[in-house]
Write a protein that binds this ligand. Sequence first.
Ligand SMILES: [Cu+2]
Length: 166
Amino acid sequence: MTRRPALAVLAAIGALAAAGCGGSDSGAGSASSSAAELSVEAAYMPQPVSDSMAAGFLTISNEGGKADELTSVTSEAGEVTLHETVDGTMKEADRLEVPAHGQLVFRSGGNHLMFEKLRQQPEQGQSVAVELHFAHSDPVTVELPVKAATYRPADGHSAHSEHTGH
Ligand SMILES: [Cu+2]
C-alpha cells in the first residue's frame, strides 16, 4: 500500500512559492538595489461629523523599483480599515498595492482609511497617529493632522455623501 499525501503537500507548497511574490523578475534574494522605498505625504483627517467614525487620507510614494503592498493600518485612536471605491461604491480592501516608481493615493471619493469605534472625536488642530504595515517594508508611523470638515487638498471635491452608507 502506498500513500502519497506528501506529494500533494509538496505540490501545494510549490504553487504557493510561485504565487508568493508576484514579481516576474528575479525572485527572492539579493534584491537590495530594487527594494521598495516608501515615503508618505499629504496626510490628513477631515474633522469627523460623527463621534465614532472618521476618514483619513494620505499619499504613499514608492521611489524604489519594487512594488509593495499596504496590508493594514493600526491606530490607538480606534479601529482602522482600508476602503477602496469601485464604481462609486466603497468596499473594504485586504491590501492595496504601492506600485514600483508609483503612488498609492488615498483621497476623497477614492481610497480612504476608515476609522471606526473612535475612543474620542478628533478635533481640528489635533492629530491622529497611525501605523502603516506593509508586506515587505518596515512599518511607517504617520501623524494625520485634523483639518476642517470641509478641508480639501488641491483637487478634492464633495466628500461627505460617500460615507452615509456606513
Ligand atoms: Cu469608507
